[in-house]
Design a protein around this ligand. Structure first.
Ligand code: ADE
Length: 242
């Protein structure tokens, strides 16, 4: 899969692509990427990329011409173009999985108040929000999405890690421990030291249900919760209410 990212501040993005698991995925040919500086497509003397909004109001808007030229330079019209924006539909694991099926994705990193609506009308396929808050850097929201997407690609991380994760099932993760056995008087739960696989699995499931009930009870309300989990949830609720 190829990620093409259009940005006024590509330096913010570079470190992510050059380090850690992403760098390995690039080296192994699982991921390709291109960072394109929108300012290189502003042809006036001062390479201006923003302007005041028609109709007045606070802030500046990214001008359409440099962005359009930049999008044309990467042949965006034939590709799926994603614009991270607080006005988009929510970014979820399901959206990440859907985007991970593409051969190539083009991201537009917004700045200021936003981008000219005509760029959205002409080029953008998906307007997506990473949450109900506003951040100032479209680079950060793009990286959140790129990270969630590329790790789903075959070979980037183990299938086992993916399967165990929160949000691929409607349960949050169980707590993790590593050495030492005793850290500042807090001991690793005895059950994890015993090596009894079935008991460990039972304990982990119970912890996942407990955690979900505390942090995200909404996840345990929908259809598709299996019978065992439903029973554990009801028993835990009975305990906390009684
Ligand atoms: N840019 C600024 N805030 C954002 C958000 N919540 N989601 C996506 N892009 C954004």
């Amino acid at each position: 899969m190829k990620f093409t990212v259009l940005s006024l501040f590509p330096g913010i993005l570079r470190g992510f692509f050059n380090d850690s698991i992403m760098a390995k995925a690039v080296q192994r040919g699982l991921v390709d990427y291109e960072l394109v500086n929108i300012r290189d497509y502003a042809y006036d003397k001062h390479r201006v990329c923003d302007d005041a909004p028609y109709g007045g109001g606070a802030g500046m808007v990214l001008k359409p011409e440099p962005l359009a030229r930049c999008l044309d330079s990467v042949a965006a019209s034939g590709k799926r173009v994603v614009f991270p924006t607080p006005s988009g539909r929510p970014f979820t694991q399901a959206v990440a999985a859907d985007l991970a099926r593409e051969e190539e994705l083009v991201f537009i990193c917004g700045r200021y108040e936003g981008i000219d609506q005509r760029i959205i009308d002409l080029y953008v396929d998906d307007e997506v929000s990473i949450g109900d808050y506003v951040i100032s850097s479209g680079e950060i929201s793009t990286l959140v999405m790129v990270d969630a997407i590329y790790r789903l690609l075959d070979g980037v991380i183990t299938r086992e890690s993916l399967e165990e994760e929160s949000f691929t099932q409607p349960l949050l993760e169980y707590p993790h421990y590593t050495r030492p056995e005793d850290f500042r008087g807090l001991r690793v739960p005895q059950i994890l030291l015993g090596g009894h696989h079935a008991h460990i699995e039972d304990w982990r499931l119970k912890k996942r249900v407990e955690k979900t009930l505390t942090m995200r009870p909404d996840l345990l309300e929908g259809e598709g919760i299996d019978e065992e989990i439903r029973r554990m949830r009801d028993a835990m609720r009975g305990t906390s209410e009684g």
